[in-house]
Each structure stands twice: as structure tokens, then as C-alpha cells.
Ligand binder design. Sequence first.
Ligand code: AMP
Length: 277
Amino acid sequence: MQQLTSSQQLSAFARGSDVGLVPTMGALHAGHASLVERAKQENGCVIVSIFVNPLQFNKADDLRKYPQTLVADIALLEKLNVDAVYLPQYADVYPEGNDVQQLSAGSAGDSFEGAARPGHFDGMLTVVHRLLQQVSPSHVYFGEKDAQQLCLARLMVEKLEMPVKVVGCDLIRDADGLAFSSRNVHLSDAARNDALRLHQALIRASEDFAAGERQAQNLLNTIHEVLNGGDIKIAYCAVVNDKTFAELNAEVDCGSRVIIAAEVGGVHLLDNMSLVS
Ligand code: AMP
């Protein structure tokens, strides 16, 4: 595996025409590995980027505390037979320094995670756009774990007519049901136990949906019941159209997505599930 530590090294890396890019912020886990494995199946060359993008953090403390495990990340990517890991510095991604003209995520980026973390999606789209320009992949891989991010990346690529296919990959969970997240290392045992309720609440709502419940509010009531108690502060909880992330307040249909974000023991966690009958 090549380690590309500058944009110059990335430009010089011979990569052919079918290239899969997996953008990450490191602290890699089984969720990231699943994206890499999918990219390996579909491309002759796979590049993983690791860059903790300051533009998508609205709190300096959150950025400072973001877990960094570079040695373990590189060992995992070697094991997964990745062709190259791109490890840019800030100036490789943003040569203009602090004068970055950010892309706007528009109204779909102002709701839910965008409301909880103002500016987050503008920063996310800005870095994804830069990485797509620098790597020129044929495919780029995102996890459904961050469903709003995936939706916005799709909308950006479509709007800007970028020549890349956005591939959404399944959300991967630990054996106990907790969605893998780099932030899980910050959970105490008690908080991790509370965090399991996110998945349990989603299962209950999807069981209700499968049994015929179609009213968004009733599904959300069930979720609130399961989440009630423990050290859980719900940031938002909604049913959305998966293609637009518009909130559904009345009848929901197959393929709608239930999304939850909560502070559990002080850690910001996301989870979601697509409704199927
Ligand atoms: P991050 O490093 O958190 O920015 O995540 C990089 C990519 O991995 C994003 O596309 C995430 O949606 C994806 N990802 C993170 N956690 C998971 C998970 N548990 N299952 C599937 N994909 C994930």
C-alpha cells in the first residue's frame, strides 16, 4: 500500500480509470472496513483518504477530542489490501489557507444534523468536493450510517454533474446492535449500555411499520418510549424521505428512513433504519 502524504504524491500516483475513493476521518472500524471491501469488489484501484476536516466541526473541543489512531488505521488498510492511503495536510486540501470558499449544502443541510451542528454539512461537502477533484475516482463510497451526509453528497454530485458514482453502503453494527462509530471509544460502560436503546428503538419502530403502522407520529412515539430513561438527550428523531431528507409528518411509506441523533453520556451518536414491510 502506498502512503501518499501530499497532494503532489497523490497526483503522481498511477491509478488507472476505475478508482474507488473511500473518504474517512480515520479512527477506522468495521464500518469503514465494509466500505473498503465494497470498493475493492467494484474497482481496480482503491484509495482511502484520512483527513480530519476542521471545516465540518462547529466546536473546537469536538475537533480536539476526535480520536486519532493512525498506526492502527494503516495496519487495517494494509490488511484490506488497499492500493493507497491519502493522508493530506490541511494545506494539501485547502491551499488557500483560511480563505476557503465553502460550498453550501442548501436547505437540506440546515435540518437535523445540520441544525444540531451548524455549518457541518457545508464543511463536509467542501472537503468531499476537494477530494473528488484531487482523486478523480469513478466511484465514491459513503455509509448509510450518516444517511443525511450520503443524501447531500448525492445531491451535490448530481447538481454539479460530477463524473463519479456515489455508492451508499449498509450501516454496520457491533454484535450488541450499537452502530460502529469512531466516537464510541468515548462511551463509558454505562453510556454504551444506554446507547443500545437507539438500535432497540429503531427495531421497535420498524416492527410497528412492518405490522402496518403508517403514521409518522405513532412511530416516533414508540421511539421516544424506548429512549426514555438513561443518560440520553435526544437531539432529533424523525422520519424522512431518504432521497431528499424532507421530514414526513403524516403517512410514511416503504423506503422512508427513521433517523435518531442523541447525546448519550455526553457523546453525540447517530443511528437510523430504513422502513421495510
Ligand atoms: P467518518 O470517518 O466517520 O467520516 O466516516 C467515513 C465513512 O464511513 C462515512 O461514509 C460513514 O458514513 C462511514 N461509516 C461510519 N460508520 C459506519 C458504520 N457503522 N457503518 C457503515 N458505514 C459507516
